[in-house]
Design a protein around this ligand. Structure first.
Ligand code: NI
Length: 141
């Protein structure tokens, strides 16, 4: 194992400590390793070209300079992967967006990451679902 140094804000560290207490982890490192494994597994579960849908949710402060515009441009630049975006004006300053993406797993995951790593975006979360097998109706035949 290697030792690395990471920087976390206190709020996040409190959450991790609470997790250590309530779920019986040996310590912070073990709890963080477990969370990382979960996140990485989720992102890499599908082969790059496997068709999938993804539900990406993220919260942001719409007063962050150019952020709403940048997010919108990112989605437009990948309109082929973007099915729909729900925008909720949560309060005077915060927006919650839920974007539904569809396409090959590789580009879909890359676009999800692009949305979530924008400076000012918080609570980015993605759920990747393997595309359901085509359902055939009598009318298709
Ligand atoms: Ni809004």
């Amino acid at each position: 194992m290697q030792r690395i140094t990471i920087t976390l804000d206190e709020e996040l560290l409190d959450l991790i400590d609470r997790r250590v207490e309530t779920q019986g982890y040996q310590g912070r490192s073990e709890a963080i390793r477990d969370l990382l494994r979960g996140g990485i597994r989720e992102a890499e579960a599908l082969p790059e070209d496997a068709p999938c849908v993804a539900v990406v949710s993220y919260l942001y402060d719409h007063n962050t300079r150019e952020l709403p515009k940048r997010l919108n441009q990112t989605l437009h630049a990948h309109h082929d992967l973007t099915r729909s975006t729900l925008h909720v004006h949560l309060d005077a300053g915060h927006c919650l967006e839920v974007s539904v993406l569809q396409g090959p797993s590789g580009p879909v995951c890359e676009l999800s990451r692009q949305l979530m790593v924008e400076r000012g975006v918080e609570h980015g979360q993605v759920q990747v679902i393997p595309a359901p097998v085509q359902h055939r109706h009598a009318v298709d035949e």
